[in-house]
Design a protein. Structure first.
Length: 438
């Protein structure tokens, strides 16, 4: 999944805040921005569609509207996720970059720490229609708490539980599980004859983080304290990681081979009837591309702990998505604000999010019937009511690397038949915490 690939790429950068300077994009205005090029903008867009060329076609049609309305020519470059972070880091250190760019929302606090991005204070938000237009959960994933956001939400996503209707019917299961206990019980009925209940991407660091973060929240753990210090070995964090890996190690509802998955193989297994359930973001287009019909699968909120089967009362997803930012020393500050206003307008939010299968972070656009389909309505309600942003700390990338790798290694233990105990989980997380900056 493109969002997972983006986060995984970001997780390889382990010294971002320390190495990136507090300069901005391609201007010599000392970091304050300016309007010396009022008729042009450079925009780095992330690759959201099936290909770079598809994105160029989609976005060029929309940017033409902006150019016609404002007279501002937009130079578009769609940057692959594999290159985007490195390009951004080079821009923050060299001062040579775009005016406007897309960033993965889990990058927000780390890039904010470089000082290279325009802070979205009240005046900046007012220039694009006000902060209140955006879902609170989406804005919370745009920068560190207590600071003006470093970005504006553009495309939002959340996790849901996708399930194979035929496999459920064949097993005599009438509805998707609402709690983890139900998922395990159902999973044991589904895991037989070479088929398995739940898909996982055990070698994907970002996916590991997304899943254990949600379970951690359900266990009362945040992985960082209020001062931004890592708390990876807290009782709740250890319990969350163990619960996740136990789906394979103890409950036997995840195939051992999933420990090596890192390239969306769990979606392939789901589409071919080898796996009955998968936790994913906006998977409908992938299922269709792999030959599934809409009536073949269903979607439900991610389960919550037993005794509290109301997802709205529990965090059951991280806030996933893409944000849009402005380099602080842009050549065209006023034009950049106009461009962000255009991209986050109700009209463009409906068009772009409908095209990409994401959810508009702009609340008014979410009311479009296009986002009322069974799958998108679950994603939308989750974002509105029960999603939380990943820790908005400068060390978020190191967190993904250290803890994501610890979980990956525990998956490998489970696949090899080695015991996964509370003690072994705590030891793995202790090692991960020791790798964090002091």
């Amino acid at each position: 999944m493109r969002r997972l690939r983006a986060a995984a790429a970001f997780a390889t950068v382990t010294a971002l805040a320390a190495t990136a300077s507090a300069c901005g994009g391609g201007s010599d205005t000392g970091g304050s921005g300016g309007n010396d090029s009022p008729k042009s903008l450079t925009y780095w867009a992330s690759n959201q569609g099936p290909s770079i060329e598809a994105d160029k076609k989609i976005l060029t049609a929309e940017l033409r509207k902006f150019e016609q309305r404002t007279g501002i020519k937009v130079k578009l470059e769609v940057v692959p996720w594999s290159d985007l972070l490195n390009r951004i880091l080079a821009a923050t250190t060299s001062g040579q970059g775009p005016d406007v760019l897309n960033i993965g929302n889990t990058w927000s606090a780390s890039l904010q720490a470089t000082g290279a991005l325009l802070p979205w204070d009240r005046a900046a938000f007012d220039a694009i229609g006000g902060r209140a237009r955006f879902a609170d959960s989406a804005v919370a994933a745009a920068g560190a708490p207590g600071k003006d956001p470093a970005a504006v939400p553009l495309y939002s996503l959340s996790y849901a539980l996708y399930y194979n209707k035929k496999m459920f019917a064949d097993a005599g299961i009438a509805k998707p599980p609402a709690t983890w206990d139900e998922l395990v019980v159902d999973g044991k009925r589904l895991s037989k004859d070479g088929k398995w209940a739940l898909g996982a991407e055990g070698a994907n660091l970002a996916n590991n983080i997304h899943q254990v973060f949600v379970l951690g929240k359900q266990h009362g753990a945040d992985f960082f304290d209020s001062a931004g210090k890592p708390t990876f070995t807290s009782e709740g964090a250890v319990a969350a990681v163990k619960q996740y890996v136990d789906f394979m190690a103890k409950d036997k509802i995840v195939a051992p081979g999933n420990a090596e998955y890192a390239q969306n193989q769990s979606l392939r297994d789901f589409s071919t009837g080898r796996t009955a359930m998968v936790l994913w973001q906006a998977a409908a287009s992938t299922f269709a591309a792999q030959g599934m019909k809409p009536e073949d699968w269903g979607v439900a909120p991610v389960p919550v702990p037993a005794g509290t089967p109301d997802a709205a009362k529990n965090v059951n997803s991280m806030v996933a998505g893409i944000n849009i930012s402005v380099f602080k020393n842009t050549h065209n500050r006023d034009g950049a604000l106009q461009f962000v206003k255009f991209m986050t307008s109700d009209e463009e939010q409906r068009i772009l999010n409908k095209t990409y299968g994401s959810i508009p972070p702009v609340k008014a656009a979410q009311q479009d019937p296009a986002f009322g389909a069974p799958d998108t309505s679950v994603l939308r309600e989750t974002l509105l009511k029960s999603a939380a942003p990943l820790p908005q700390v400068p060390e978020e990338s190191q967190f993904e690397t250290a803890v994501g790798t610890a979980v990956k290694d525990l998956w490998a233990d489970a696949a090899a038949g080695r015991a996964v105990t509370t003690e072994s989980v705590e030891a793995a997380l202790t090692k991960a915490q020791q790798q964090m900056p002091k």
